[in-house]
Design a protein around this ligand. Structure first.
Ligand SMILES: *Cc1c(COP(=O)(O)O)cnc(C)c1O
Length: 394
């Protein structure tokens, strides 16, 4: 049971009665398990035009700018929708119609960025490293050297499909040395993996409410150079996703252009304050890294094998190969673990059967120990004794 929940927090709805915190832990890359006070912040209705709500929006924006050290030269533009809406908004607003993007791909989210560029009619070239290899700075440099028409590089910080933490600093260095602009999808890393603009002077960085800051879903946000926001006018093909327009309107009125997800926004401010109380990015990185170490070591002891070499394992999520045991069945495994109070995540590899376990959300080491027990019991219940992958997979 989620310890932060107070026992008196019981609710009755048409879908039944429940006690806050009794739901299974989400070991997923978001939506994720949130703190009780983050959920409690949503039990109030807000007028989107009211000064109290405007102040909340303003506080969120300035806290996010401070998180990347961007005070003065960067601004923060929140955007309604899931994270992908914000990625699409950033690509449409910052890549001019005649621009060309080098998309660094090693999983589903790099592929999705390329698909967005196809939809919105922006030219792109892809450096595709497959399922689990990082795009290395030397390779990026070589592509940029060969093609001066590339204006932007799109990098995925943590590729959530495998859990790999890509070498963002090196990619940033070569991109800027070649005079190109960097757009970062840091959806699943921002808030837990340090990114500061003095080290990584990105043009724009995109993240969302329901990842490492531990809010609930409903909006994304873009941190961007003010200069880039200025010149983005007229680039977007879409009214609702036009970041320049949202930025100008928000700065002049304090409001979102169209209906904001008010409850989500208020919950997010609570999540940001909890983030600060935990010691900011450093504090969060420490807890997530500990979660990863406890979980990965425990899994290896049982014989499970992670997809990635240790140096590329993010503190966000890890992919494990499915056991090469005839009694293993993912759906049964999932449901056995769920019945013990934990939700894991299916794999997204093209070449081998796999599953993923996340470390982010209001979870600590004791939750990781709990899921390890649940996995051991589930294997026993299924008669799975051999937890490693088939020979030759790794
Ligand atoms: C979660 C995530 C997104 C956005 O996904 P949505 O389902 O639209 O919220 C984008 N990129 C990465 C790397 C992610 O982890």
């Amino acid at each position: 049971m989620n310890q932060q929940a107070k026992p008196e927090m019981q609710y009755t709805t048409s879908q039944g009665s429940y006690t806050m915190g009794e739901e299974p832990y989400l070991l997923t890359p978001g939506p994720l398990t949130t703190a009780a006070s983050t959920k409690a912040a949503m039990l109030k209705d807000w007028g989107s035009w009211d000064d109290d709500f405007k102040n909340i929006t303003a506080e969120i924006r300035s806290r996010l700018i401070a998180m990347c050290g961007g005070q003065g030269t960067y601004d923060c533009v929140p955007m309604q929708g899931s994270g992908t809406f914000a990625v699409e908004a950033a690509l449409a607003s910052f890549v001019p119609k005649g621009g060309k993007v080098l998309v660094l791909m090693n999983g589903a989210y790099g592929k999705r960025a390329a698909k967005i560029l196809d939809y919105i009619g922006r030219d792109h070239v892809d450096l595709d490293k497959g399922d689990y290899l990082p795009p290395m700075p030397e390779e990026v440099d070589a592509v940029l050297a060969e093609d001066p028409s590339i204006s932007h590089v799109l990098a995925v910080h943590c590729e959530t499909s495998s859990g790999i933490l890509n070498p963002l600093k090196g990619i940033s260095d070569v991109t800027h040395a070649r005079g190109r602009k960097l757009i970062v999808d840091s959806m699943s890393a921002f808030g837990a993996v340090p990114v500061t603009v003095d080290e990584i002077p990105f043009e724009a960085l995109v993240s969302s409410a329901n990842k490492c800051i531990e809010g609930v879903p409903g909006f994304g946000f873009v941190l961007a150079k003010k200069d880039a926001l200025e010149v983005a006018k007229g680039n977007s093909h879409s009214l609702s996703l036009d970041l320049h327009d949202q930025w100008v309107y928000m700065n002049s009125t304090g409001q979102w252009r169209f209906t904001p997800p008010t409850h989500t926004v208020v919950a997010f401010l609570e999540a940001l304050r909890l983030h600060e109380a935990e010691g900011g990015v450093e504090g969060r990185l420490k807890r997530y890294s500990q979660n990863r170490d406890v979980l990965v070591n425990g899994m290896e002891k049982m014989g499970f094998v992670p997809l990635l070499d240790k140096m590329w394992l993010s503190p966000i999520i890890t992919t494990f190969f499915s056991p090469n045991d005839e009694n293993f069945d993912f759906n049964r495994f999932y449901n056995e673990i769920k019945s013990r109070g934990y939700i894991i995540y299916p794999g997204k590899l093209t070449e081998a059967e796999s599953f993923r376990i996340g470390f982010i959300g209001a979870l600590d080491k004791s939750v990781m120990e709990g899921v390890l027990n649940a996995i051991a019991e589930s294997c026993a219940a299924m008669g799975v004794t051999q937890c490693g992958p088939p020979a030759g997979v790794k």
